[in-house]
Ligand binder design. Structure first.
Ligand code: GDP
Ligand code: MG
Length: 361
């Protein structure tokens, strides 16, 4: 299991307010002081004392549970998750449909021994291709056995058909699972209260309502997170407390690269790009070698390949540059990124191809 771009040395202190998704990477904390050899607990005579080495708070019972984040594409689910965690674990981009995998984010409050596991669902939409079916299965799997359903909506707009689909899906789930309606983009909404009422009326009444801006108001997001922590049942942790995502590092890097491609290509190639990170060679500081990533960008047609490469290779260069900067920010080291554009006809219909990309197991 890969613990994402953070590690123990640069993970933000969970008791401090965490930075938003656009904040600079956390600065490494100074090394913990060496244990004081003169401290009474280091005496040989104390070695047998009960709980001598137990971490503080070990007698506090553990609480843990899953939270599903649902909503139609582009309402800000990934942004909400990223703000909640203080690190970027789910790719965001201005285009809908950029999150294809049910990425989990993990938030552990070490002091109170509580762990939230978030499931970010891909957008809901009518399914035709294998990929669409995969996404629908992902959503159903993602919402099973969760403590809370977070239903994210866009307060700038009244509900549409896709919101009604989500409401219907929610109506069909366990009625005992609370639904928190999260009205997002409050910063840009003209009639937030009216919009909230319309969304709340779509299906079964939400247990709670939140109007916030996932992008602009981290404090409001942290309040929501506190409420979620308060709902957790007693349970052992599902993940080690230092990790924040269950994606492999290759999947994580692949999503960042794909996000960059989607952003640069805009409408030209909706949804038909996939990225497979084929090689990850760690940096060798002694030899002065940076981290080297080799990735294939999959397209369905030769003409798409030409678009992705661009005139004189300009497009692929831009895609690579943006992705590399993102990778360097999150990994906090120099990255050499080698991208190749590969034609893979109909990969979205090909179960084998989807497996290779990690879209199904
Ligand atoms: P998802 O498809 O639901 O995961 O949505 P994303 O998190 O990818 O966000 C979609 C778009 O909405 C992106 O362009 C975000 O920058 C934007 N967005 C997210 N949260 C907010 C917010 O609170 N206010 C505004 N104005 N835009 C937001
Ligand atoms: Mg998303």
């Amino acid at each position: 299991m890969y613990d994402g771009p953070d590690d123990e040395t640069n993970a933000p202190d969970p008791h401090q307010p965490t930075p938003g998704p656009d904040a600079p990477p956390p600065t490494p904390t100074p090394e913990a002081p060496a244990p004081d050899a003169d401290a009474p607990h280091a005496d040989a005579g104390d070695a047998a004392a009960p709980d001598a080495d137990a971490p503080e708070g070990a007698d506090v019972p553990m609480h843990a549970g899953f939270v599903a984040i649902l909503g139609k594409p582009n309402v800000g689910k990934s942004t909400l998750l990223n703000t909640m965690l203080g690190v970027k674990v789910a790719p965001i981009s201005p285009k809908p449909q950029t999150t294809r995998r049910g990425v989990r984010g993990i938030w552990t409050d070490v002091e109170s021994r509580r762990q939230l596991v978030f499931v970010d669902t891909p957008g809901l939409h009518a399914g035709r291709t294998e990929l669409d079916q995969f996404m629908t299965r992902e959503i159903r799997g993602a919402v099973a056995d969760v403590e809370v359903l977070l239903w994210v909506v866009d307060l700038r707009r009244p509900p549409g058909d896709e919101d009604r689909d989500v409401a219907r899906l929610l109506d069909g789930l366990d009625p005992n699972t609370p639904v928190f309606l999260v009205g997002n983009k409050l910063d840009a909404a003209k009639y937030p209260e009216e919009a909230m009422d319309l969304y709340a009326d779509l299906g079964r009444p939400p247990t709670r309502r939140y109007a916030l801006s996932a992008q602009r108001d981290p404090a409001a997001v942290y309040e929501l997170r506190e409420d979620l922590l308060d709902l957790l049942p007693e349970s052992p942790f599902f993940f080690p407390e230092t990790i924040r995502s269950d994606q492999t590092r290759e999947q994580w890097a692949g999503e960042l690269i794909r996000e960059s491609a989607m952003t640069h290509l805009r409408q030209e190639l909706p949804y038909s790009v996939a990225v497979e990170v084929r090689q990850w060679v760690d940096a060798d500081p002694e030899a002065g070698d940076p981290l080297v990533l080799q990735a294939d960008v999959w397209v369905e047609k030769a003409q798409h390949r030409r678009i992705v490469i661009g005139h004189g290779g300009r497009m692929i260069k831009e895609i690579g540059r943006t992705a590399r900067k993102q990778l360097e920010t999150f990994l906090d080291e120099k990255v050499f990124l080698d991208l190749e554009v590969v034609v893979r006809p109909d990969w979205r219909m090909d179960p084998e191809a989807l497996r290779e990309l990690g879209y199904r197991s």
